[in-house]
Design a protein around this ligand. Structure first.
Ligand code: SF4
Ligand code: SF4
Length: 253
């Protein structure tokens, strides 16, 4: 089986949340509104095993175990374009764009043999999947695999840090465990969004004052942009509350 795919740079997939490697999140703290997304993956899902390897496994009650994918994200509502998307729908940081954007449409949080459905463009996306586009996936193997392998390696390398962070959070915050349990009990498995600061403060050599100075204007701009947007109320609260926290931190620094 061969699958063809070519990006026509339409920019349609550059909206909403963008998963980032930890390195990319820190590197782009002056551009993206950062958060941590915890995604429940059920034991019956194809990506359970790889999520358990790259994230954490959590016991929910006495019988249920779920894997949790823990991802730094540029946290944005689906209706808002990435701040790096230029007015001509091109990526303004193309030469240095995050690993996630380089590997698109493949997704190394899933096994290599479980990528075929990602090559089907979502509604409105203008990806070329005709026979004249390059073959990118053959017999469940990625043909040009440098970006996929690089992003996967970053995910492997960051796993100990994310796991220590997650275990620390779960040990100290019963409300997070309760939120995970609630998400795990939704029919398709849900997500929990936490602030990025708790992770940032654990990173070695992280200058928290510099980080806060970069994030504060980004969060403030997104709080302003989403004010009054009924479909982005949760996002607005997140930006507003985290901007206020950063402001207090900088006033004390
Ligand atoms: S960084 Fe560039 S390629 Fe990635 S989502 Fe933003 S605009 Fe799109
Ligand atoms: S939607 Fe498809 S064609 Fe458009 S930018 Fe994204 S990957 Fe490229």
């Amino acid at each position: 089986m061969e699958r063809c795919f070519e990006c026509t740079a339409c920019g349609k997939c550059c909206y909403g949340q963008l998963p980032l490697t930890l390195n990319d999140a820190v590197a782009y703290a002056d551009r993206f509104p950062l958060a941590m997304l915890w995604t429940i993956i059920r034991q019956s899902a194809k990506s359970f095993a790889i999520t358990a390897r790259l994230g954490v496994v959590v016991n929910i009650g006495k019988r249920k175990r779920v894997a949790v994918r823990i991802t730094p994200v540029s946290y944005m509502p689906p209706s808002i374009p990435c701040p790096a998307l230029a007015t001509d729908d091109r990526c303004s940081i193309h030469a240095d764009k995050p690993s996630r954007c380089r590997t698109m449409p493949f997704f190394p949080y899933r096994e290599e043999e479980d990528q075929a459905d990602l090559l089907i463009p979502r509604q409105g996306w203008l990806c070329d999947t005709s026979a004249s586009a390059p073959v990118v996936y053959r017999d469940r193997n990625i043909v040009h695999r440098e970006d996929f392998d690089r992003e996967r390696q970053e995910l492997v390398d960051q796993t100990p840090v994310l796991r220590a962070y997650a275990q620390g959070v779960m040990a100290k915050a019963p409300n997070v465990v309760a939120a995970l349990e609630k998400a795990a009990n939704t029919p398709r498995g849900g997500t929990v969004v936490l602030n990025f600061t708790a992770l940032a403060s654990r990173l070695p050599q992280m200058d928290m004052t510099d980080f806060a100075r970069k994030q504060l204007p980004v969060l403030t701009a997104f709080a302003d942009k989403t004010a009054g947007m009924s479909d982005a109320a949760d996002f607005h609260r997140y930006y507003r509350d985290n901007a206020a926290g950063m402001k207090r931190f900088l006033e004390r620094a």
